[in-house]
Design a protein around this ligand. Structure first.
Ligand SMILES: C[S@@+](CC[C@H](N)C(=O)[O-])C[C@H]1O[C@@H](n2cnc3c(N)ncnc32)[C@H](O)[C@@H]1O
Ligand SMILES: *[C@@H]1O[C@H](CO)[C@@H](O)[C@H](O)[C@H]1NC(C)=O
Ligand SMILES: *[C@@H]1O[C@H](CO)[C@@H](O)[C@H](O)[C@H]1NC(C)=O
Length: 218
C-alpha cells in the first residue's frame, strides 16, 4: 500500500506532470511542509536543540513585563533572561538599572530584532543578546534571572537551576510556575502572573522533603 503510493508519486515526478502546486500538496501530505515551517520559519537556530526542549516564541505582555520588574525590585547588578525573544524584558531590566543585562536566544531573527530595539531605545551598548542555547549556558554567575518558557521544560529547568545557581539567586517565572517549587512572591493575575523563587528557600524545601521521605521509608 505505502509502497504503491510512493511509486505513484515517483512516477509523477518522472513524468514532470507535477507543478509547484502538486509539490506543495505532496509535501503537505507527508508532513514535510509542517516540518519545514517549524524548522525554517518558526524555530530557526534550533536545529541542535532536542525537539521536546524547543519552546516557541511568545512575547510577554506589558503587564507581564511590569510584574517581572516589580518582583525584581530592590535588586541590582547583573540580570539574565533565558529565551529573551525580542528582548523586551532585557531592555526593561536595563532601564531599571540592571547591568549587565543579558538575553539568551537562539532564533537569529529575534536576535536581530532585539538589537534593533536596543539601538532604537538608545541602550545598544548597555544590553547584550547572546546566541546561545540556554540549556548549555553556565548559570552559576547569575543571581537575577527571568524565564518565560513552556510547562513541558520547567521540570528539567528546575534541576539545572538547583545545581548551578548561587544561594542568593532569585528566579522569576512568567506565565507558568515551576511545577515543584513554592514561590516566595507572586505578582499579577491570570496569564500575566509572575512567580518569584529564592534558590535558598527552594534548597531548604528540597532538604526537608528529603528528610520527610527518608523518615517515611524507614
Ligand atoms: C515564550 S518566549 C518568551 C520571550 C521573552 N522572554 C518575552 O518574555 O517576551 C520563549 C523564547 O525562548 C527562546 N528559546 C527557547 N528555547 C531556547 C533555548 N534552548 N536557548 C535559547 N533560547 C530559547 C525562544 O526562541 C523564544 O523566543
Ligand atoms: C543580582 O542581585 C543581587 C541583589 O541585588 C546583586 O547583589 C547581584 O550583584 C545581582 N547580579 C548578579 C550577576 O548576581
Ligand atoms: C533535591 O531533591 C532531590 C530528590 O528529592 C534530589 O535528587 C536532588 O539532588 C536535590 N537537589 C539539590 C540541589 O538539593
Amino acid at each position: 500500500m505505502e509502497d504503491d503510493v510512493q511509486e505513484q508519486t515517483l512516477e509523477q515526478f518522472k513524468d514532470k506532470r507535477l507543478g509547484g502546486w502538486g509539490i506543495l500538496q505532496l509535501t503537505a501530505g507527508t508532513g514535510l511542509a509542517v516540518y519545514a515551517m517549524w524548522a525554517g520559519v518558526l524555530m530557526p537556530g534550533f536545529r541542535r536543540v532536542p525537539l521536546k526542549l524547543q519552546v516557541p516564541y511568545m512575547p510577554a505582555s506589558k503587564k507581564q513585563v511590569g510584574n517581572v520588574m516589580s518582583l525584581l525590585k530592590g535588586r541590582s547588578g547583573g540580570f539574565a533572561d533565558l529565551g529573551s525573544g525580542d528582548g523586551r524584558i532585557v531592555l526593561e531590566a536595563s532601564r531599571q538599572g540592571f547591568s549587565p543585562a543579558v538575553g539568551y536566544e537562539l532564533n537569529p531573527w529575534l536576535l536581530r530584532l532585539s538589537r534593533f530595539y536596543a539601538w532604537k531605545a538608545g541602550l545598544y551598548g548597555r544590553v547584550s543578546y547572546r546566541r546561545e542555547d540556554l540549556w548549555k549556558v553556565d548559570l552559576s554567575g547569575y543571581r537575577n534571572i527571568s524565564i518565560f518558557l513552556a510547562p513541558s521544560v520547567l521540570t528539567l529547568l528546575q534541576e539545572k537551576l538547583l545545581v548551578e545557581l548561587p544561594e542568593d539567586a532569585l528566579i522569576i517565572a512568567g506565565r507558568f510556575p515551576f511545577p515543584d517549587w513554592t514561590p516566595c512572591r507572586i505578582e499579577g493575575q491570570g496569564v500575566d502572573r509572575a512567580w518569584a523563587y529564592s534558590i535558598e528557600a527552594i534548597r531548604k524545601q528540597n532538604q526537608s522533603k528529603d528528610i520527610q521521605s527518608s523518615e517515611k521509608s524507614s
